[in-house]
Design a protein around this ligand. Structure first.
Ligand SMILES: Cc1cc2nc3c(=O)[nH]c(=O)nc-3n(C[C@H](O)[C@H](O)[C@H](O)COP(=O)(O)O)c2cc1C
Length: 177
């Protein structure tokens, strides 16, 4: 979870990939990229050698709420899988939305050896109707606090409350979209 990312400004231009394609990457325990498939390289527009060894935050988009990554890491470090909608930056600042499934990988003794993410094209309409407004609200909460950590924790509580109000937990909510 090193604080390294692309300093490129978002262009506002959206990129797309095929409904039959998967963007795949693997990381070590710290989130440094150890594998990126060809679809990832094409959509994010990186050469393999530019990504391998880099923190996954290299493609982080500033619109992503911190609390989503906090939840992601707390789940996978506890050995659980998580699904999440994520917007990422390509090398030139274009963006692309994915529906990600992130899982821990285990050795034969059950120890986590790294992480794996498969991403597919999100369901039509879900990003615009539900995810963008939700993430904008969470970002606003995060930015309302002078301390990043306080903002992130406040946004995490707001997200938990929102899904609770729907009678769901986060997993049920994200999979219901
Ligand atoms: C397997 C795996 C895949 C990840 N994929 C992404 C991704 O596609 N985009 C992203 O911004 N962060 C991804 N992350 C999360 C990053 O490690 C990081 O937590 C996030 O970019 C926030 O970075 P920051 O804490 O430096 O702000 C992934 C992490 C793991 C373990």
């Amino acid at each position: 979870m090193t604080e390294k990312r692309s300093h490129v400004q978002p262009t506002g231009v959206e990129r797309h990939f095929g409904a039959d394609e998967l963007i795949v990457s693997k990381t070590d325990l710290k989130g440094r990229i150890t594998y990126a498939n060809d679809v990832f390289l094409r959509v994010a527009d990186y050469a393999e050698e530019e990504l391998l060894g880099q923190p996954h935050s290299i493609i982080r988009h500033p619109d992503m709420p911190r609390c989503v990554f906090q939840l992601l890491w707390s789940e996978i470090e506890a050995g659980r899988e998580i699904f999440a909608y994520v917007v990422n930056l390509a090398k030139n600042g274009d963006h692309y939305w994915v529906y990600a499934h992130v899982t821990p990988s285990f050795d034969p003794h059950g120890t986590i050896t790294g992480y794996h993410s498969n991403r597919r094209v999100p369901e039509a309409g879900v990003v615009d109707k539900v995810v963008k407004p939700l993430y904008a609200e969470l970002r606003k909460i995060e930015e309302s606090q002078p301390s990043r950590k306080d903002g992130m924790n406040m946004a995490a509580r707001a997200m938990a409350q929102k899904v609770k109000d729907l009678g769901l937990d986060y997993d049920q909510f994200v999979q219901s979209l």
